[in-house]
Design a protein. Sequence first.
Length: 415
Amino acid sequence: MEKPNGKNLLGINGAGRIGKLTLWNHLINKNFGGIVVNVGRGVGKNLDSLIHNIMNDSTYGSLSKFLYGYSGKKFEVKILDSEKNLVEFDGIPVQFLTTARNPRDIKWAEHNVRLVVDCTGAFLDPTLPSDSAKGSIRGHLESGAEKVIASAPFKIKDSTQKMPGDSNIVVYGINHLELDVNKHHIISAASCTTTGLSHMMKPLLDTPETSNILTASMSTIHASTSTQSILDSVPSTGSSDLRKSRSVFNNIIITSTGAAKALEKIIPDVQKVGFMADSVRIPTNTASLIILNITFHSPLNDIGDPVITREFLNQVYEDASNGPLKGLLEFSKEQNVSADIIGRMASVVIEGVETHTRTGFMALNPSLLKNFGIDLSQDIMIPVCHAKIFGWYDNEFGSYVNMLGKLTEYVDKKM
């Protein structure tokens, strides 16, 4: 495909949940002149079947309604060349490729694509060579792309391998300014939960009164994903989590999340915090909730009252939503339910009405200080504040794909 209107072309590998919604995101924002989507196989009986799949969604409704609502404006779809699977969506040409599944065989250079977003979830190890038997994310570079962004966290299978120097994990709004486009060619956009969690943690770490964190934990009450079984199934060979093979329709399922470990790479200051994380999968199709439990060494004001209060924390987030994280973090004073978050264009929505704090005093026995040459006659009372903060996020379009799209546009402009 030639570059229309002088704008760059974008490549998308995969047309599953994130791949399809990534296409939606860029059709809406229109920052690329055209898009090449590698589906990797045929869809239905013909090109119309693929168009039908792109235009309709069980979670967000039709693309036309999602984009224009009830304004009456028509979303136009034109087949420009059925032989080449070239379709125009609302003025943006999109070409679908249906033959190659291995990234090294996609031939991005022939389609004038320099930047690719890999949404398959299959190629997440940046240490694998481009000629790896089952494919590698590096294959995109061999087939002509200059940069590739993975829509999931890296998974380095060989624990003896370190992160390659040309790779980086980036969340837009948190550490994207550290991205070196001359050095970093393989980028991970982390996960939906890490994206939301990092935007919850950054305002706290950037505020002096809340930066002294003793310990933290989070649970994400997470919508179901395609990694789960529709009905009970036999666990795959070597599977350690037997619960993911239970029916997603009928169960609340406790499982793990790598959000805390990924957060340490994105915000290195978190490494000093004892952080635990878990996930509870629930039978909804999108919109998830992070419950952040966090303990601070709490400063006291001049009259001995705790500085960190519910009102203080809410003000931290409200200031962030109007300042450094404007357009990325939203502070809400409403009483939301999960359906209210679907399509909400923010990395995370802080549920201010549910912020809670409790400050107490921890007694430090003087005998523990004698080894440090400190001799006191009575216990030292240390103020400690425990807080519970709730953050909603649309783990598909509104939070994750939205942030992934902003990162993609940023990388494109820097190339």
